[in-house]
Design a protein around this ligand. Structure first.
Ligand SMILES: [Zn+2]
Length: 258
């Protein structure tokens, strides 16, 4: 008997598309307002901006971030002061005042909740997602994930993965850190997501400068043009839209297997 189980019609779908591409931008940089938002808007694509609320490019340009949210992009939470664990290797940039290893779970979750309030004042939203600074999820040996679970729909980490619907922990969604790749290399990752019916989340910092982790404007534009040219096959949600989709499909899977 013919088995239809491997036909792509039965493969997971991303809002009726073959794959999903989520574009995330961390740390509230000026280049996000100056380079990225105009590039996304010109192609009607969406981005999720993980904002560190103490960043000067945030505090000095609040009205512009308000417009970014009104333009259907997502303002995500990346804490007030971006604390990272200074006891880990390669963390000489961490200052003692904002060393996560000397925080308490209460302090990090209070700062994260305060950031939600700041962002809500700009976009009016109560439903939000989070990105762990430096991918760190622990204060010493204690995870702070459970302490913030009720404040968010989902959270983004920094481990590379082609995200699978239904089998992914919404508070541990991976992403591909962009640093120096060419347009072709970024596009190859999207093609891999299409071949495997996955969601790919890109994590950008600098786009055309301003951060040690950086990608050229040209490579970023090439990626955006590829996503636009393949919009029949690719869904480009914000991170919160993607997470809500995954949540709903997990619920419907649970209902149908009962
Ligand atoms: Zn960051």
């Amino acid at each position: 008997m013919l088995c239809l189980c491997s036909l792509s019609v039965f493969a997971q779908q991303w809002n009726k598309k073959q794959a999903a591409v989520v574009l995330t931008y961390d740390d509230a940089l000026n280049v996000h307002l100056d380079n990225v938002v105009p590039a996304l808007n010109s192609l009607k694509l969406k981005g999720s901006f993980y904002l560190t609320a103490s960043s000067p490019a945030f505090t000095n340009r609040l009205k512009e971030w308000e417009k970014v949210a009104a333009g259907k992009h997502e303002l995500g939470n990346h804490t007030l002061y971006h604390p990272c664990d200074g006891s880990m290797p390669g963390r000489s940039f961490v200052t003692p005042d904002y060393d996560l290893s000397s925080y308490s779970v209460r302090r990090i979750s209070d700062e994260i909740r305060m950031t939600n309030t700041v962002l809500q004042a700009l976009d009016g939203k109560t439903e939000r997602t989070f990105a762990y600074p430096c991918g760190d999820t622990k204060v010493g040996d204690i995870s702070y994930v459970d302490a913030i679970r009720k404040d968010f729909v989902a959270a983004r980490g920094v481990h590379s993965e082609m995200v699978q619907d239904k089998s992914t922990d919404l508070f541990h969604i991976g992403s591909f850190v962009v640093n120096g790749q060419t347009g072709d290399e970024l596009i190859a990752l999207v093609k891999q997501a299409m071949e495997t019916n996955s969601m790919i989340v890109f994590l950008f910092h600098g786009v055309g400068g301003e951060h040690a982790l950086n990608v050229s404007l040209e490579a970023h534009n090439e990626l955006l043009r590829f996503i636009k040219a393949n919009e029949k096959k690719l869904w480009n949600p914000t991170f919160v839209e993607a997470a809500n989709f995954m949540k709903a499909s997990a619920l419907s899977a649970a209902t149908t297997t009962k």
